[in-house]
Design a protein around this ligand. Sequence first.
Ligand code: ZN
Length: 201
Amino acid sequence: MPLFDGPIQDLVDELGRLPGVGPKSAQRIAFHLLKVSTEDALRLAKAIIEVKERTVLCEICFNVAMAARCSICSDDRRDLSKVCVVEDPRDIVAVERTREFQGRYHVLGGALNPIEGVGPEQLRVRELLTRIDAEGITEVILCTNPNLEGDTTAMYLARLLKPLGLSVTRIASGLPVGGDLEYADELTLGRALEGRREVDA
Ligand SMILES: [Zn+2]
């Protein structure tokens, strides 16, 4: 049953759908927005519209981009022979912060999770295989999250890619197990990248 009138309830409902925002927080944010200047509130509304209208996925790596190619794929100083496979565009930011990697990326769009119905078909695995052929990639670094799904995905990809004669490496342990790449500090992630090892598949 709605607690508030019309637009306020709509806003509370929408905010409550956001990740990590419970009903209490949704109410608090809605009433905060009601109180701030129209200018401030519209700036938020505009930022949401802009991100939806102007952001696309990079045609090469599926990172978020403002044009057909993301800033990394359009940078010709990047080493095209290396590709770092990540689950999510946010992980690219984490790896870039380490300054340890000069190659390009490939965003899978998640990790294998049979229980939730995520198989290879739901991830951009086919797109990765196409790139390996087309771009002359010789090393694939598996940078999926250090948790069950991430490890399963890395093993699956290693078995698929090893027979192609590529170097397939996995970031070294030392990252907090069960954690997300995006929360790892750059020093730890940098060391994990530097200490990457060939996967036996
Ligand atoms: Zn890209």
